[in-house]
Design a protein around this ligand. Sequence first.
Ligand code: ATP
Ligand code: MG
Length: 448
Amino acid sequence: MVMKPTKNDSLNTNISNKSTILVIDDNPTNLSLAANALEDKGFNVLIASDSLSGIKRAKFACPDLILLDILMPEIDGFETCRRLKTDEKTKNIPVIFMTALSDSEYKVKGFEVGAVDYVTKPIQISELLARVNLHIQLYFLSQKLEQQVEERTKKLNRALQELQKSQLQLVQSEKMSSLGLLLAGITHEIKNPLGFIAGNLEHTEVAVEGLIEYLKLYQETFPVSGKIIQEKAEEIELEYLLNDLPKMLSSMKQGIEKIQEISRSMQRLSRRDKKKKVTFNLHDGIDSTLMILKYRLRANEYRSGINVIKNYGNIPKILGFPGQLNQVFMNLIANAIDVFDEVTDEEKKSENFTIKISTEISLDSQEVMIKIQDNGPGISEEIKSQIFDNLFTTKEAGKGTGLGLSISQQIVEEKHQGKIFCESKLDQGTIFTIILPIFQDNNSQLND
Ligand SMILES: Nc1ncnc2c1ncn2[C@@H]1O[C@H](COP(=O)(O)OP(=O)(O)OP(=O)(O)O)[C@@H](O)[C@H]1O
Ligand SMILES: [Mg+2]
């Protein structure tokens, strides 16, 4: 909208004598009569003696009001007004018709095509000035109101965006702190008994080895034992037992090591971020996340298992908030698993579901790139344009909140000055790419 300097701030204020009025009339006598009267009152007056040049002048000069004759050759006043009202530049300028046609039908038609008022010919100067004054005041007032509405709307939109952002941060930190507390609690509870079992298992292994050696020595020294001893040996299948016991112990040790690894991952994931960024090994973060999500990757009664193919490059540690970045990996990998869980087509349920995770460093060694790719159903263009929107989800109620990607975008782009984007092809799959600068400024603070 074209804004004029508004000296007329209220209805009581006088009109600026620099307001510009365009008079369009093919009759030179009328034209000069109206123009002179307005100029005498201090208005800036522009004139045009036919419709086309009138429209041109209106577009070019954007006057504050147009006085328009109805009866003109070629294009009459009604059509001229219609054209002015369809042009973005001139549609808001008030038009007052000047008409010798006293028939009310013409007056009604004038209002229909967008005029705000009319004056009858022969023109009464005092009436003309009164009407011109009134409509210019109304014009300025409506412009001012529009401007105020525009400003307020902008302010409200800004406030709304801020509110949504802080809500998101709140949800994010609440989500993280409750997940973190849960993980920290579980890790704490299982850590001691786990250490106890692991430690004892070492001793048990040595003790069992000693016992087996002792038994073998006994058998060699006294090859002929009593009947009861022989019967017992057969009952407990001593030969197999002696053979299997070390193997059982070794698989128990492997199991315990696995649980300890999970416990360490949980501990890593539950660690609260410091206020300042710290150096962080992204591969540790991705591995810990995969470890926690492992139970969701296995085959279940609805679909076959999901293969994870890792292709880690030689990337350096980056400066960042590990807890938040782990949350991004969690959101993206969980989304990929979700799409496989949602497969309903019976034939596709036994497909080779794959999640590929790759990392690499950029050629200029300034950034690292992490790609999380699935061979799921892909995302349509229409949905793709909304996936990073706050609260956008295609999942049924209770299954998705629509926060995962918007939170991830905020973490990557605002907290780490990075980029996250999505490429997808229907029936082929989806790739989420995260680009993180290695040397980020450490000024961004964590808002808890
Ligand atoms: N790998 C993917 N393949 C296909 N669609 C995806 C994929 N990742 C995300 N989407 C789409 O993007 C939408 C938004 O994802 P987002 O993670 O923000 O929310 P959500 O997973 O629905 O819920 P939440 O993560 O809050 O539990 C999803 O509902 C889904 O439609
Ligand atoms: Mg999600």
